[in-house]
Design a protein around this ligand. Structure first.
Ligand code: NDP
Ligand code: 2IT
Length: 444
């Protein structure tokens, strides 16, 4: 295969899907050499079978808002690949959601889930529903309406959705309630559930904590064993960003930024535990904007801006795709940034990734660094199927082990002389497992 030809072909057949093309391009370019060493892959056209989702469901979601208006949103579920286990991946509720974004996320999820060491295939779904400013009842009605369509396609051994942007514990609870009613079973389909009904301890924290565990594995290879003295820029202020910040503080680092889609805050004194607690409340209870932090703590707020211009030693993009471009990457490096570890999915543009790798800084792509969330989802599935709940400590230990295993797999496949190319490592390690499983299962 030639990576260029694969991409051109997909672009021609699936035009207007730039995020999907971007995610595919990165993978096919980094696995090209390994792929070409296995002529049997080419013979069975593995590359197209791996890039094109198994199936895509799309449906209209109709619900009535608090003013009595009837609203029609789009809902989707992409079942990308189930060679190594049931389809698994989050649901995103955001006004920007479209098929291209969900296809990129489902594609990446397949490799991420392969890296976790757990038996999970890849999927993703969501809606262009905008949760901002909606009442609790509107959220509930929307989640219920969404599930009246989705429930037919999912199940504990078929496809297990979870949260992503705009979908947290509250939304999962409402969706699970409706799923359970329609499917007439209670086996835990959906992860990120409340603790009282099958959820796992540490699942809310898992993506953020996991990202820091991955980061610490990278730093350890450079002789750094804690975050004392490190100045950390984080984007986003949702689930991933806040628990990332919590773990950074625990390890002695200083967090100086957070953001949302309206702008970012810069607190040169550091966002300490008390201030972070305010952010948790602001986001989860009052559903407010990050600007309110700047009003309360009298620090800088930049409307419409992104935090990458602030001087830091570690950057942890944790909001959304393509939120860090080539110029941002160059600015980070010239300001002394030594490590970038991605909490979000595909937050760095291809140019930014190129800059990080060319400058040989520690750079961990999302599909490796943020795999802690889906890993603990996998552990939630295990606990549901054996009908037991593990302690916080037990889940956290397993999460640490998984993140170390993912890190070590990246080192194994990504070492280039004295440099570890974590992008290449993650893509090859993730790809090889899925490819072998697909070959063993024949052309299906
Ligand atoms: P949340 O909805 O909890 O938070 C998302 C945050 O990102 C918010 O601060 C939001 O701001 C900001 N954001 C969202 N869209 C945009 C945008 N277009 N431009 C700028 N800022 C934006 O989601 P999560 O924290 O769960 O997800 C964050 C990232 O982490 C996503 O890329 C997700 O795919 C990824 N991820 C999540 C996992 C999980 O377990 N939840 C697991 C692995 C990866 P605003 O409130 O203004 O929208
Ligand atoms: O991108 C991701 O890995 C997630 N949103 C979490 C998926 C999951 O099934 O827990």
């Amino acid at each position: 295969m030639k990576a260029k030809d694969v991409l051109e072909n997909l672009k021609r057949r699936f035009p207007n899907e730039p995020e999907y093309h971007q995610a595919v391009q990165e993978v096919v370019e980094t696995i090209e050499e390994v792929y070409n060493r296995h002529p049997e892959f080419e013979k069975y056209n593995l590359i197209e079978r791996l890039c094109i989702p198994d199936r895509i469901f799309s449906f209209r979601v109709t619900w009535i808002d608090d003013h009595g208006n009837t609203q029609a949103n789009m809902g989707y579920r992409i079942q990308h690949n189930n060679a190594i286990g049931p389809y698994k991946g989050g649901l995103r509720f955001h006004s920007s959601v479209n098929q291209s974004i969900l296809k990129f996320l489902a594609f990446e999820q397949t490799f991420k889930n392969s890296l976790t060491t757990l038996p999970m295939g890849g999927g993703k779904g969501g809606s262009d529903f905008n949760p901002k400013g909606k009442s609790n009842n509107e959220i509930m009605r929307f989640c219920q309406a969404f599930m009246t369509e989705l429930w037919r396609y999912i199940g504990p051994e078929t496809d297990v959705p979870a949260g992503d942007i705009g979908v947290g514990g509250r939304e999962i609870g409402y969706m699970y309630g409706m799923y359970k009613k329609l499917a007439r079973e209670n086996t835990g389909t959906l992860t990120g559930k409340g603790i009282e009904f099958g959820g796992s301890l540490i699942r809310p924290e898992a993506t953020g904590y996991g990202n820091i565990y991955f980061l610490m594995n990278m730093l350890k290879r450079k002789g750094i064993s804690n975050l004392k003295g490190q100045v950390v820029a984080i984007s986003g202020s949702g689930n991933v960003a806040t628990y990332t910040a919590e773990k950074v503080l625990e390890l002695g680092g200083k967090v100086i930024t957070l953001s949302d889609s309206n702008g970012y805050i810069y607190d040169p004194n550091g966002i300490d535990a008390e201030k972070l607690n305010y952010v948790f409340e602001l986001k989860n209870i009052y559903r407010g904007r990050i600007k309110e932090y700047a009003d309360k703590y009298k620090c800088k707020y930049v409307e419409g801006g992104r935090p990458w211009g602030e001087k830091c030693t570690i950057a942890l993009p944790s909001a959304t795709q393509n939120e860090l471009n080539g110029d941002d990457a160059r600015t980070l490096i010239s300001n002394g940034c030594i490590a970038v570890s991605e909490g979000a999915n595909m937050p760095s543009t291809p140019e930014a990734v190129h800059v990080f790798i060319e400058n040989k800084i520690l750079y961990a792509p999302g599909k490796a660094a943020n795999a802690g969330g889906v890993s603990v989802s996998g552990l939630e599935m295990t606990q549901n199927s054996i009908k037991l709940s593990w302690s916080r400590e037990e889940v956290d230990e397993r999460l640490k082990t998984i993140m170390k295993d993912i890190h070590d797999a990246c080192v194994k496949y990504g070492t280039e002389g004295d440099f570890v190319n974590y992008v290449k490592g993650a893509n090859i390690a993730g790809f090889m497992k899925v490819a072998k499983a697909m070959m063993a299962q024949g052309v299906v």
